[in-house]
Design a protein around this ligand. Structure first.
Ligand SMILES: Nc1ncnc2c1ncn2[C@@H]1O[C@H](COP(=O)(O)OP(=O)(O)OP(=O)(O)O)[C@@H](O)[C@H]1O
Length: 332
């Protein structure tokens, strides 16, 4: 749905030049929720805004639904942009207009008929749960309600893509979850392709199908959320995963007989007695030091930290057996 080929962006001129993006290749598939995570200044906003040419890349190619955006004239670009909705961290609503008019705004720009505007606004108020707030002004709404208005407005022209620029960063955790659930619902109902940028791994884990990690203007890692969670390759990715992991301090003084391992279970494995079966065959004993079960989007995901005790070869056989059962096992 969105292809970026060798996209670069340099701000400024001469000695003041800043390279924000360097050779970005990215492919966002139709109907998926694609997350881009990175620290402040990594280039996330620049990357997201280059997908609708709010920020024109210095070089490279941006293709959305088969259309090469950089090759379009201003009028054609405006038409293409209508198929790409966007929501913002600080909502960017018209403060002097009530909720219904904010939602109707993109439709008035394309001279939609009054009856179409009325029908669409009613539909979007219902979708976003804002019916009773239609006559209120943005200043009378909570942050979560404002973002719902932002989402409704972004959907007014029936876009194929929704770009989310740190859409939940200004919200408390509970409101964040309700907005993420709304995005997930919209994605499922309408097959809308969603690209979001964030610095929070919780957001990626909750709703994304695939993720790219950006650092200093480059994509350093990408894959399905499960792949990236279970087998992070880059130090930056590990830092982000630590945001959502409970840290356990291992005391290695227990002696050589002990081996500490971290086990990651995914999907159906999460609820199976794989560890008990493995130790029955190898004869080692184990104690659980830490365990959590959470979800990667809709997929259950479990993590156990266990201490294995027994012969060196038996412990190694246990690790091998667990790996052969498809678990991701890390000796720590
Ligand atoms: N208009 C601009 N002029 C000059 N430099 C810019 C401009 N916009 C961004 N930059 C620089 O480009 C780099 C990437 O910025 P960008 O805003 O894309 O990062 P980010 O990951 O979105 O950061 P944050 O999470 O803090 O918003 C940074 O070094 C930033 O200072």
């Amino acid at each position: 749905m969105i292809q970026l080929e060798q996209v670069t962006k340099t701000y400024g001129v001469g000695a003041k030049q800043v390279s924000a993006l360097s050779g970005i290749d990215l492919n966002v598939r139709k109907g998926e929720i694609f997350g881009i995570i990175g620290h402040s200044g990594a280039g996330k906003s620049t990357l997201l805004r280059s997908m609708n040419l709010l920020e024109r890349p210095s070089s490279g190619k941006v293709v959305v639904d088969g259309i090469d955006l950089m090759a379009l004239n201003t009028k054609r670009l405006q038409e293409s942009r209508r198929r790409i909705g966007m929501i913002f961290q600080h909502f960017n609503l018209l403060s002097s207009a009530p909720v219904a008019d904010n939602i109707a705004f993109p439709l008035t720009l394309v001279n939609a008929t009054r009856s179409h505007i009325q029908r669409k606004v009613d539909e979007l108020l219902e979708l976003t749960g804002l019916q009773e707030h239609r006559h209120k002004y943005p200043a009378q709404l909570s942050g979560g309600q404002k973002q719902r208005v932002g989402i409704a407005r972004a959907l007014a022209n029936d876009p194929q893509v929704l770009l989310c620029d740190e859409a939940t960063s200004a919200l408390d955790p509970q409101t964040t979850n309700s907005i993420l659930n709304l995005l997930l619902d919209i994605n499922k109902r309408f097959g809308l392709t969603i690209v979001l940028i964030t610095h929070e791994m919780h957001v990626i884990r909750s709703i994304c199908d695939r993720v790219a990690v950006i650092h200093q203007g480059r994509i350093v890692e990408h894959g399905t959320v499960a792949e990236v969670f279970l087998k992070p390759q880059h130090a930056i990715t590990m830092q982000f995963i630590d945001q959502v992991a409970d840290q356990l301090q291992i005391d290695h003084s227990a002696g050589e007989r002990a081996m500490y391992v971290k086990l990651n279970f995914l999907g159906g494995q999460t609820y199976e007695p794989i560890l008990s079966r493995a130790v029955q065959t190898t004869g080692v004993t184990f104690s659980i030091l830490q365990g959590t079960i959470s979800k990667l989007k809709d997929t259950p995901y479990g993590q156990l930290v266990v201490k294995l005790e027994g012969d060196e070869s038996a412990k190694q056989n246990t690790v091998n057996e667990l790996r052969s059962q498809g678990l991701h096992v890390e000796v720590i």
